[in-house]
Design a protein around this ligand. Structure first.
Ligand code: CP
Length: 312
């Protein structure tokens, strides 16, 4: 692996899942691999899990870690080619990416969408600019349209907890008071399409994800019908993709409760709003996998970093 910008960078998903599970059983086995190597974690946006789990993954591999919060602790970056930089942006990505590449061996980056300018968000300007101007591998820690470390985590978690050969997995939209990005549902849909699962998506009309991502995945507008006999229910809010970034509904009837969960396992990437997305009774039950999912963030990141280190 030369970079991890999206799930297409994975050559063999099953193999990578098994490697992550092996690392989970023996996390310090490859401490020499990362010795004298450094990862730079660059955040344009907040994080709890991604920041700590990626740091832990790197440390498990013997790496040094440097973290920079670009929103608060660094110069504002200019990404436009040929820009006359006479306003607030003090440093161009060309210099910034080249300079950071001299300090670190891998750059990992988080940059959320605007949810205002669809065309701009779809271009993935920040992620792609780092890829273009950095001379070291780049890892996506959630960009405008994708969260491939979360998706790999989710694939690992479903693999670990499946008790049938081909589980039924349903991605259900759930209500939320703020407009949220499409990165997690996009990447979850993509990774489920790469696995041998019975996968469908349920959401209110108007919440269709990018059709280039959902492709032939069944979309069922009736949640009750969609989740019947599900083995895994993955709840997530996202804003409208068509009416870009808008909240079209906050209908609480879409919240997941124990009755809807039935015999299924509950999944969510976290952070989650209790009693808005999902009822307390679900999160506090043995059927919730959210904590195990968050734990797997470390081993997903570790499997990816190990592949990158082996190719430096
Ligand atoms: N799931 C996830 O990416 O969590 P953080 O936003 O806390 O990193």
């Amino acid at each position: 692996m030369k970079q991890y910008l999206d799930l297409e960078d994975i050559k063999d998903l099953d193999n990578l899942i098994q490697k992550a599970i092996t690392l989970k059983n023996n996390p310090f086995h490859h401490q020499e691999l990362g010795r004298n190597k450094t990862i730079g974690l660059l955040f344009f946006n907040s994080s709890l899990r991604t920041r700590l789990s990626t740091q832990k993954a790197a440390q498990n591999l013997g790496m040094n870690v440097m973290t920079l919060d670009l929103k608060t602790d660094s110069w504002q970056l200019e990404f436009e080619e040929g820009s006359i930089m006479d306003t607030t942006k003090a440093e161009h990505i060309k210099e910034a990416a080249a300079v950071i590449s001299q300090y670190v061996d891998i750059i990992a980056l988080r940059a959320f969408p605007t949810l205002i300018d669809k065309e701009q968000d779809q271009k993935e300007t920040i992620l792609k600019s780092f890829q273009k101007y950095a001379s070291v591998p780049v890892v996506n820690m959630e960009s405008a349209t994708a969260h491939p470390l979360q998706a790999l985590t989710d694939a690992i978690t479903i693999t670990e907890h499946s008790i049938v050969k081909r589980p039924k997995v349903v991605l259900s939209w759930a209500p939320h008071p703020k407009a949220l990005p499409h990165a997690v549902p996009n990447s979850f849909a993509k990774v489920m399409q790469m696995m041998d699962v019975d996968f469908s998506i349920t959401h209110p009309k108007g919440y269709e994800l990018n059709p280039e991502i959902t492709q032939n995945t069944p979309i069922i507008y009736n949640q009750e019908e969609a989740i019947e006999n599900a083995d895994f229910i993955y709840a997530k809010n996202w804003s409208s993709y068509t009416d870009y970034g808008k909240i079209l509904s906050t209908d609480q009837r879409w919240m997941i409760n124990l009755e809807k969960l039935n015999n299924a396992k509950f999944m969510h990437c976290l952070p989650v709003r209790r009693n808005v997305i999902v009822d307390d009774s679900v999160l506090d039950s043995d059927q919730s996998l959210v904590i195990q999912q968050a734990n797997n963030r470390t081993y997903a990141a570790q499997a990816v970093l190990k592949e990158l280190l082996e190719n430096l």
